[in-house]
Write a new protein. Structure first.
Length: 104
């Protein structure tokens, strides 16, 4: 953690707590209504695998091109580069979907 000398005394404990949360992988995001959203920054190995294989699936590559040209609006691409359908993670066809559902 960096120096907190520039922080007002009343806010130093809060500053330390925020640094500790960041160290633990917790993401804090401001909302447009003045609130804060707390999100666990870590992801499961499945999400990591889906992200890694995004650019190898022909259908997802086609979708990327179409929503970049604003032809498709129910799909979006977030700052992490992942394609989502109405906020649901889209994954490539890896032939493992049933294994994941079965817990194998």
């Amino acid at each position: 953690m960096g120096s907190v000398a520039h922080v007002e005394n009343e806010k130093k404990e809060l500053e330390r707590d925020v640094y500790q949360l960041a160290f633990l992988g917790v993401c804090l995001m401001d909302t447009s209504h003045g609130g804060v959203i707390v999100r666990n920054g870590s992801e499961t190995s499945l999400v990591t695998e889906v992200k890694e294989k995004h650019d190898s699936d022909p259908l997802l590559l086609k979708l990327k091109g179409e929503f970049c040209q604003e032809k498709v609006q129910v799909f979006s691409q977030g700052g992490d580069g992942v394609i989502r359908y109405q906020s649901h993670l889209c994954g490539p066809n890896m032939g493992q979907h049933q294994d994941v559902l079965d817990g194998s």
